[in-house]
Design a protein around this ligand. Structure first.
Ligand code: ADP
Ligand code: MG
Length: 660
């Protein structure tokens, strides 16, 4: 059975409501759910004796063994059902101590917590003037809890209405009902490569006995991801090596005019890369090129030059960005340059949030050649889009696009030139492995005149200093980013989240600051509106997850504060930092180390020392070391769920060997 085709609602006890929550997490099929791997693991604590409750602090997470008293009551508070009762020591040693248990909106609890029954309650202790309570605890029979103690519990990225516990239950059900899954590897292949079966890997990534289990399961899943990826590359390579091009040009005069018109001088790398591209375009063979350049190295300009010359030769070009925000930004930029410098381009923006009528018009215009520069998101892939003579496809930060999609798009024109832009600073050997199908231009130079960004690492207690810096900068008319690892609050992990962060700002700024919120679960239109207001300076502070990592360009932003910096890889942090320092003013980057560990400071110091993406990527690898199971999900830039091209380089090499 192909579990990609089986909707999650086919899993017992997943109804429409849960399915909706899961969809927000981009989990729609059973396959998606199995690949929805924990972001980290916790070990459940030993049960504490009841007498220990008095020593607990507010917010501590504990397990207690208690018997339900005869005081169950229900209340409603603004239409939410609140069920409360107390428990006493099930081992009867401390009969005077009571702990209040509270559930919200769970009408069934009345039928579970009968007086005299005993459970292990696991949750966060709340302490106030009325005593101790535990809200929405997990509850288990003593036997079940004991079994849990031996295992690691997966902690999942969450959204409102769903808990890690619920996700775990559904995954368990899926495993019971759908396993074994189809394995693309034979038993022999699994044995020779020291892997697990895919079924075992899913079982152990979600329900490991120990860290070693989780690590091995992860290796197998990473192996699968790399395998599929390299296979796709191989396929696309055999399709288009050295194919003759229908779009050969020799006239680069409009590009030259563009270069002469802009108010800055191209960097050496930009000149060299533009030259390489020109030689590709006039060679008679389809271009297949990767531009690899650190954030801010000016890749966009090089891409625009190629489009300008092809468009002026009468051909169409398409440029795809991973987000609508970024597409819009590119579009606006090229329109501005087109007008200011008379580039004779006919650009159009094509994104998912256009209305059906608008799209129809754009499609028609593309088909009959009214437009020769199409900038957009995945929408460009849609079957209805027929190009008249698509000569070049550019993917910005291409990792968000699969090779397969690239191919699909290529099929629309008669094999266009392909230009891929990447800001992921990866060592050269790695590049050669990942991009066997592409020639590579490396852009090492940075535009001159840039003032280096000042970076520092602080503790959460020093956050007010960071806010003071924001105040100073915004008073000067500049803007700031604040990055949090989480979208919403998560009971299980104490990490800063985008949704409630403004409370901190409000407390400090007393309302005197305009902020906006941006994260990957918002609709494209909402994201766009926020980014637009940020670009127009209607917002002072943008509170965001790492979605801003993919190349947004607001030169007026001079501060970026990164909460829980310990949760990010150095390469990712470097990308985030690249959001500032893009204008003429001094910029600042503040890493907040929420872990309390000084070893973390040492790791973050690397960023303090260096601004070189390649150096940072290598240090990242050295300092993290393989087999670090904290944060099993990778947060980087590639299309993988788990695999991290730097951390998992060894596996990548193995896959490559297995494939040849
Ligand atoms: P990236 O390589 O990260 O995509 P961009 O193309 O977004 O970088 O360029 C970053 C900023 O630098 C843009 O505002 C762009 O206009 C500007 N820029 C590009 N090339 C140069 C240059 N040679 N000199 C000065 N500024 C430049
Ligand atoms: Mg860019």
């Amino acid at each position: 059975m192909d579990l990609k085709q089986v909707n999650v609602t086919q899993i017992k006890r997943i109804g429409d409501k849960t399915a909706k929550c899961l969809k927000k997490l981009h989990v729609e099929s059973v396959n998606d759910l199995l690949w929805y791997v924990p972001r980290s693991y916790i070990k459940y604590p030993e049960i504490i004796p009841f007498s220990g409750i008095h020593d607990l602090e507010d917010g501590q997470i504990v397990a207690v063994y208690g018997t339900v008293n005869r005081d169950y009551s229900e209340n409603r508070y603004s239409r939410v059902l609140i069920s409360t009762f107390t428990i006493h020591d099930a081992s009867r040693n401390n009969s005077s101590i009571r702990l209040k248990i509270v559930f919200f909106g769970q009408s069934y609890v009345k039928n579970i917590f009968y007086p005299g029954k005993s459970f292990v309650f696991y949750g966060k202790i709340k302490k106030n003037g009325f005593g101790y309570s535990m809200e929405m605890p997990e509850y288990y029979s003593p036997e079940d809890y004991k079994a849990k103690l031996n295992n690691l519990q997966g902690i999942y990225p969450l959204t409102k209405g769903i808990s890690s516990n619920t996700i775990r239950k559904h995954i368990q059900t899926a495993i019971n009902d759908f396993f074994p899954v189809d394995d693309s590897f034979s038993n022999d292949f699994i044995r020779t490569n020291h892997l697990m079966s895919l079924s075992d890997a899913f079982r152990k990534i979600h329900f490991p006995n120990n860290a070693e289990d989780a690590g091995e399961a992860r290796n197998t899943l990473v192996f699968h991801e790399f395998f599929d990826f390299l296979k796709q590359i191989e396929a696309s390579k055999s399709d288009n090596t050295e194919c003759p091009s229908d779009f050969v040009i020799h006239d680069f005069s409009m590009g030259n005019h563009y270069i002469e018109s802009i108010p800055f001088e191209l960097t050496g790398s930009q000149k060299a890369t533009a030259e390489e591209i020109r030689s590709d375009l006039s060679s008679g063979i389809c271009m297949r090129r990767l531009i690899q350049g650190d954030v801010g190295s000016g890749k966009t300009m090089v891409a625009f030059l190629a489009m300008t010359d092809l468009a002026n030769a009468g051909f169409q070009c398409a440029m795809m960005a991973p987000t609508e925000v970024l597409a819009t930004q590119h579009y606006e930029k090229i329109c501005k340059d087109n007008e200011a410098y008379g580039l004779s381009l006919k650009p159009v923006l094509l994104t998912g949030s256009l209305t059906a009528a608008q799209k129809k018009k754009v499609y028609a215009g593309i088909e009959n050649g009214d437009y020769n520069i199409v900038i957009g998101t995945h929408a460009i892939f849609q079957e209805k889009v027929n190009f008249r003579n698509l000569s070049l496809v550019i993917t910005d930060e291409q990792h968000r696009f699969g090779v397969r999609q690239r191919q699909m798009l290529s099929e629309k024109g008669s094999t266009p030139h392909i230009l891929v832009m990447s800001a992921t600073p990866i060592p050269r050997t790695l590049t050669l492995t990942l991009y066997t199908d592409l020639k590579i231009s490396v852009m090492k130079d940075m535009p001159a005149k840039r003032i280096p960004i000042k970076s520092c690492v602080i503790t959460p207690a020093q956050r007010k200093d960071a806010f003071a810096l924001i105040k100073k900068e915004t008073d000067d008319g500049h803007q700031a980013y604040i990055i949090c690892p989480m979208v919403e609050e998560n009971e299980d992990i104490e990490l800063e989240n985008v949704t409630s962060y403004h409370e901190k700002l409000d407390a400090w700024f007393k309302g005197g600051i305009r902020y906006g919120i941006l994260h990957g679960r918002m609709k494209p239109k909402e994201k766009n509106d926020i980014m637009e207001s940020f670009a127009k300076r209607e917002i002072d502070v943008l509170i965001s997850t790492t979605v801003v990592e993919v190349g947004i360009d607001v030169p007026n932003a001079t501060v970026i504060i990164i909460e829980n910096a310990e949760r990010f890889g150095l390469a990712g942090l470097h990308q985030l930092r690249g959001r500032v320092g893009r204008g003429d003013a001094q910029s600042y980057c503040v890493f907040i180390n929420g872990s309390g560990k000084s070893t973390e400071n040492e790791r973050l110091e690397v960023l303090h020392k260096s601004n070189d993406g390649f150096f940072i990527a290598e240090e990242d690898l050295r300092l993290r070391g393989p087999g670090d199971i904290n944060g099993v999900r990778q947060s980087g830039d590639m299309q993988f769920i788990l695999a991290d091209i730097i951390q998992d380089y060894d596996i990548l090499v193995k896959v490559k060997e297995a494939l040849t």
